[in-house]
Design a protein around this ligand. Structure first.
Ligand SMILES: [Ca+2]
Length: 486
């Protein structure tokens, strides 16, 4: 037996059976009614740098679905992570609290030991009447079960990953260089269908199924796509568009890029992973693995976007897509993450807002925004867009002024006064990303300055040029002056 439930102030169309279980519906939400609380589809992609078609980071990357989402919303081209590692970045995004105030700066700290009572985004939405559900990697290798109404795989296990196929013997791509070598530094094409592979395919399937359900409550639905996080194993068809002999090296790579860095920059650039990969002639194969993993992640995103488009929620759902930080593939002689350079702090960020959202009734128009923003702003932005009360402990400014006016700021003088701060694992080391300039400040005092307009790959450190002393001083003044102990 099907019931039609109409609830004032909530999405107006939902179908349930007699036991109260929601069922898929095929129609759009009833025409002419604007629910007061839009749904939120919150999509995280792990370790994705700017190798996205619409950001132009690598000429061979294949991301048609990211690009179509960008073409339908606001694409932020100067967005930065709160920290260049999974745990501190995701914790800051989902709690709204910056690393320099929480004291959570690194992957080795446990969120619930540092922040036992912090309310994360799904819980806040639940408290305001939303149905909060998630799948895949959203926090750092745990789920935080009490914060969700539903999770796949089952939240009780606290393991965010569904079954995933990996080769029996690993690593397959490199000999182990020693105990220091992260076993995830590994890649290869799998002779498997997507169904056999599992992983993000199962996450996307589950998210698609959730989207097909009509509900009387608005929803907060979080989709954590794990690729292109290492290891870069995906079904072989995702490797096929990238023949090994045609692979281009990273556009940001410059062999003598370290020579103008201060001692702290020279220390943090070169690492053993990159040297080991080159020693074994695997650089292009690794780039191929990253491109294949991005292509796979993008295809999974496409499944989710298609499911939204054909769902009853297509016209009433805010879509946010972000990556937790960037990734080096040899730039500054570095492999992985954990640095303050732009290749590592800059992330894809796309926000699409439907008409009728309380904070932005006109919705977003397709646009590109180049003002500096930080992912720390997502929590207050979503609360404001959904008409929910702001939380005074949140650190990020809401992005509402930019969503309504992406090229300007809503400010009569046309200014967006904010910069984006990215905190390193050692308190007091940070990067400040502005509209044109980026300052890297290490806790010991070393500094680097880059003019992103003329030098997007940060090949020319300007910090020693006295001509730029006032720029450095201005950016330094915009950074925090006190840092919670680790
Ligand atoms: Ca990550």
């Amino acid at each position: 037996m099907w019931l039609l439930v109409v609830t004032a102030g909530l999405p107006a169309f939902a179908q349930q059976d007699a036991a109260g279980h929601p069922h898929p519906v095929t129609g759009r939400e009833s025409e002419g009614r604007q629910p007061s609380h839009p749904n939120v589809l919150f999509i995280a992609i792990d370790d994705l740098n700017d190798w996205v078609g619409c950001l132009g980071g690598h000429p061979q990357t294949l991301t048609p679905h990211l690009d179509r989402l960008a073409g339908s919303g606001v694409l932020f081209t100067n967005a930065h992570c709160p920290a260049p590692a999974c745990n501190p970045s995701r914790t800051a995004i989902l709690t709204g609290i910056s690393p320099h105030r929480s004291g959570l700066y690194s992957n080795r700290q446990k969120m619930r030991e540092i922040l036992p009572d912090a309310e994360i985004m799904p819980k806040t939405f639940s408290r305001h009447g939303y149905h909060s559900a998630g799948s895949g990697k959203l926090l750092h290798y745990f789920i935080d079960a009490p914060s969700w109404d539903d999770y796949f795989p089952s939240a009780a296990k606290e393991n965010p990953f569904p079954r995933t196929l990996y080769p029996d013997q690993r690593p397959v791509s490199l000999p182990r260089g020693g105990p220091w070598q992260y076993v995830e530094t590994d890649w290869g094409a799998l002779e498997a269908t997507e169904e056999e592979y599992g992983g993000d395919y199962l996450v996307a399937e589950w998210i698609a199924e959730q989207l097909s359900i009509g509900r009387e409550q608005p929803f907060f639905l979080a989709c954590g796509i794990y690729r292109p996080h290492e290891p870069w194993f995906v079904p072989e068809k995702y490797f096929e568009p990238f023949p090994l002999k045609e692979i281009s090296l990273p556009p940001g790579y410059k062999a003598d890029d370290l020579k103008d860095l201060p001692p702290e920059g020279k220390r943090r650039g070169p690492n053993r992973y990159f040297a080991h990969i080159r020693k074994h002639g695997q650089w292009k194969a690794a780039i191929q693995g990253y491109l294949a993993s991005i292509h796979f992640a993008d295809t999974m995103l496409g499944k989710v976007l298609d499911a939204l488009d054909s769902s009853p929620h297509a016209d009433n759902t805010i879509v946010v897509l972000w990556s937790d930080h960037g990734w080096h593939l040899g730039e500054k002689q570095h492999w992985q993450k954990f640095t303050a350079w732009r290749v590592c702090t800059r992330v894809p960020l796309i926000i699409r807002v439907p008409k009728g959202s309380p904070g932005l009734p006109q919705g977003t128009a397709p646009a590109v925004c180049s003002h500096p923003v930080n992912l720390l702003s997502l929590f207050p932005t979503l609360l404001e867009l959904c008409g929910l009360p702001a939380e005074s402990h949140h650190d990020g400014p809401s992005l509402l002024p930019l969503l309504g006016d992406p090229q300007g700021t809503g400010d009569p003088q046309g200014r967006w006064p904010h910069v984006a701060i990215t905190h390193m694992a050692d308190p007091g080391s940070y990067a400040v990303s502005g509209s044109r300039w980026r300052l890297i400040h290490y806790a010991g005092g070393d500094e680097e300055l880059y003019d992103i307009e003329s030098d997007p790959h940060e090949w020319h450190n300007r910090a020693t040029n006295p001509e730029h002393a006032s720029v450095i001083e201005r950016l330094r003044r915009l950074a925090p002056t006190s840092f919670a102990p680790k």
